[in-house]
Design a protein around this ligand. Structure first.
Ligand SMILES: [Zn+2]
Length: 265
C-alpha cells in the first residue's frame, strides 16, 4: 500500500487576548493558524483551511470588515503566499483536485479557506453544521456562512467516523469548544498523530488541564473530558499536535510531519 503522508502548514498568525487560550492570563498571545494536508491511497484531505484571503489586504477597512466583531481584539499577521492555496501549490498540489475538506469546526480561522477547494466533498459534524446555521450564532458573528456555506457536497457525521474505513484517518468527536467540534486521528505506519484543533490549544493547556476563559468555552466539562482523552492517547504513545501552539508549530511547519518523530512534543 502506498504510504500515507501528512503535511503541516502554518497559514498566517493571529494575535488575541491570552485569556482566550488560557484562563486567567493577561495581555495578548500570537498564535499560528495551522492547516493540514493528507495524502491517502484512496484520496486527499484538507484538515482545516485557515483564514480568508481578504485578511491579507493592505486596506485596514477590508481587514476590519472581515474580522467583524473580532476586529477589536484581534490582529492578523497574514501575508500573500501564506494562504492554503499558496501553501499547497508550494507542495505541487492543486487544491481544486482535493477530494475532502474536513473542518474541525466553523470558526473563521478554521474554514476561511474552504473556497480554495471547490470540488472537495465536505465532512462536518452534524451538530456543528446545525450550530452554524442558527440565526443567533450568525448574528453574533460566531459563524460567518460565507466561509463555509459554499455548496460543497456535504457529508454530515455524528460522532466518530472512519474516513476510508481502514482505521487510518478517524474523526474523533471533541465537542466542547463548539457544539460539534472534532479532532482527527491519523495513523502513519505504527505512529498515531492526534490533530486536536481547538479542543486543546496549547501544550500548556494539556499539561495543566487549563481551559480558556469561560466566555470562549461552550461546555467546560466536555472540554476537560477531551483533555483526559488526549492524555490517555498520549500515554499509549500518540503524538499530540495542539491547535494553536506557537512553539510546536515552529517544529512542524511547513512540510511533511514525519519530522515530528525526531521532536519531543
Ligand atoms: Zn482556532
Amino acid at each position: 500500500m502506498q504510504e500515507i503522508k501528512l503535511y503541516a502548514m502554518t497559514c498566517g498568525w493571529i494575535t488575541m487576548p491570552a485569556g482566550f487560550f488560557l484562563a486567567g492570563q493577561t495581555g495578548n498571545l500570537a498564535v499560528p493558524v495551522p492547516c493540514y494536508f493528507i495524502e491517502h491511497p484512496k484520496g486527499t484531505i484538507l484538515f482545516d483551511t485557515g483564514l480568508e484571503t481578504a485578511l491579507q489586504s493592505d486596506n485596514a477597512d477590508i481587514v476590519k470588515e472581515a474580522l467583524g466583531i473580532f476586529a477589536k481584539i484581534t490582529t492578523v499577521q497574514y501575508q500573500p503566499g501564506e494562504d492554503i492555496t499558496s501553501r499547497l501549490e508550494k507542495f505541487g498540489i492543486d487544491p481544486k483536485k482535493i477530494n475532502f475538506i474536513i473542518n474541525s469546526h466553523l470558526h473563521f480561522d478554521h474554514c476561511g479557506g474552504n473556497v480554495a477547494a471547490p470540488n472537495a466533498r465536505w465532512i462536518i459534524q452534524k451538530r456543528e453544521w446545525q450550530a452554524a446555521q442558527k440565526d443567533e450564532n450568525i448574528e453574533k458573528q460566531i459563524y460567518s456562512p460565507h466561509h463555509y456555506d459554499l455548496g460543497h457536497d456535504r457529508i454530515e457525521v455524528d460522532g466518530e467516523y472512519d474516513v476510508f474505513q481502514d482505521g487510518t484517518i478517524i474523526l474523533i468527536p471533541t465537542y466542547g469548544h463548539t457544539d460539534g467540534h472534532q479532532s482527527l486521528k491519523v495513523k502513519l505506519g505504527d505512529q498515531t498523530i492526534i490533530l486536536t484543533a481547538d479542543a486543546c490549544y496549547l501544550k500548556h493547556s494539556l499539561e495543566n488541564m487549563t481551559l480558556p476563559d469561560a466566555m470562549v468555552v461552550n461546555d467546560p466539562e466536555s472540554m476537560i473530558n477531551n483533555f483526559k482523552l488526549f492524555k490517555k492517547l498520549q500515554d499509549k504513545g500518540a503524538k499530540i499536535v495542539f491547535g494553536h501552539d506557537p512553539k510546536q508549530a515552529s517544529t512542524l511547519t511547513d512540510g511533511e510531519i514525519k519530522r515530528i518523530y525526531a521532536n519531543d512534543l
